[in-house]
Design a protein around this ligand. Structure first.
Ligand SMILES: Cc1cc2nc3c(=O)[nH]c(=O)nc-3n(C[C@H](O)[C@H](O)[C@H](O)COP(=O)(O)OP(=O)(O)OC[C@H]3O[C@@H](n4cnc5c(N)ncnc54)[C@H](O)[C@@H]3O)c2cc1C
Length: 342
């Protein structure tokens, strides 16, 4: 049954710790909850511009009170739905916590997601920006997802091709933005895991742990160790992880930049494109460790904007614009935000 509350604080529901209010707030735990709401036209009645779907709130920056309806997705369930010779297909409800699901896979010996350990948020959000870390993206183990059309209530299946996954991107961030509620995701995982140590830091961490022939559980632990040492814990300092995407530029432009800035950190993507390390660009502009009031750029991760306590979302956003402007002035490179600004 669809029920909602009025004037609910979103403070506990976002990792930037923004103390804003939602005019209407509903916990969606069963498919009936959302279908009831659609049938009774509650979504339009309570939200002129459509509802805001909330997972773990780890990729959102609230800059104002939300005057419509927030739907917090809490459906639960993990099920191995089919097993083949080499793969197992696991269907997971959107409201499951991502890291707990990764640990479930590791415990069952199912390979493919271990490099994505300790990323905050829920399973239902992982396809939105095709989460990625340590040489793996969610698309690499993705099979399909079920999503509810917020206008008609129809449950639609999206395959890998349908999702148009890209770097921190999918169709749900572009043409289908705000149109679907992702209800479950099915992954194709390996019964005989292939260990991916493409990112050097994992190898180093494993050798510091004294492990020579790592399994997926070792890789998961190594990734957790690295992440804990590198990224600010949102429980302690409000943040949303990387605030900006790493920009992609043309090879010619990258070569010209490299003549002026020989230490430029970049990775070739083949096909005449180069990805630049946004953190390096920001650091070169002197932002690392910058703080004004309670809004800042993390002291060891220039890509991460932080709320030291009582910063407003608008202050974080102003800082983000200043960072973007200075990177553009110095390097001629536009930084795109990874975080969803509301
Ligand atoms: C410390 C830290 C480290 C991070 N590291 C990484 C990293 O390594 N790699 C990476 O890719 N990301 C990283 N992130 C970003 C974040 O964890 C991911 O983007 C995550 O997938 C967000 O999940 P969430 O449930 O918190 O989403 P939310 O912040 O709740 O929502 C994000 C967006 O998805 C939409 N949405 C959420 N659920 C649904 C749904 N069921 N259906 C439709 N739309 C939905 C929301 O409306 C919003 O637009 C990091 C964040 C933090 C705080």
């Amino acid at each position: 049954m669809f029920t909602f509350r009025e004037n609910v604080s979103l403070f506990p529901y976002n990792t930037f710790h923004m103390d804003v209010m939602a005019k209407y707030f509903s916990e969606i735990n069963t498919i009936e909850d959302i279908l009831d709401a659609i049938e009774a036209h509650q979504l339009e009645k309570l939200s002129e511009n459509g509802p805001l779907i909330l997972g773990g709130g780890s990729n959102l920056l609230f800059t104002r009170n939300f005057t419509g309806l927030v739907l917090r997705i809490g459906n639960k369930g993990i099920e191995a739905v089919a097993v083949g010779d080499e793969s197992v297909f696991v269907k997971v409800s959107a409201g499951e916590n991502w890291h707990e699901f990764v640990l479930w896979c590791v415990d069952h010996g199912y390979g493919g997601l271990e490099n994505l350990s300790l990323i905050p948020g829920n399973v239902g959000s992982c396809p939105i920006q095709n989460i990625g870390a340590y040489g793996v993206e969610v698309k690499d183990a993705f099979y399909s997802l079920e999503a509810i059309d917020l206008k008609t209530g129809e449950l639609k299946v999206f395959t890998l091709d349908d999702c148009h996954f890209g770097y921190r991107d999918s169709i749900f961030k572009t043409e289908l933005r705000g149109k679907y509620l992702i209800w479950s995701v099915t992954f194709k995982l390996r019964l005989n895991p292939v260990i991916n140590l493409e990112y050097g830091a994992i190898k180093q961490e494993l050798s510091a742990m004294g492990i020579q022939n790592p399994g997926i559980s070792d890789v998961s632990k190594a990734v957790c160790n690295i992440r804990k040492g590198k990224l600010p814990d949102p429980e302690v300092i409000g943040n949303s992880g990387s605030f900006f995407k790493n920009p992609t530029v043309g090879l010619k432009f990258a070569e010209t930049l490299k003549e002026t800035f020989p230490n430029l950190v970049s990775y070739s993507l083949g096909n005449q494109e180069v990805k630049l390390a946004a953190g390096w660009l920001i650091e070169q502009c002197g932002w690392k460790g910058f703080r004004e009031g309670d809004a800042g750029v993390h002291e060891s991760q220039a890509l991460v904007l932080v709320n030291y306590g009582n910063a407003k979302g608008s202050e974080i956003l102003t800082l983000a614009h200043r960072v973007q402007n200075s990177v553009y002035e110095r390097f001629g490179v536009k930084l795109e935000m990874e975080v969803n600004v509301v």
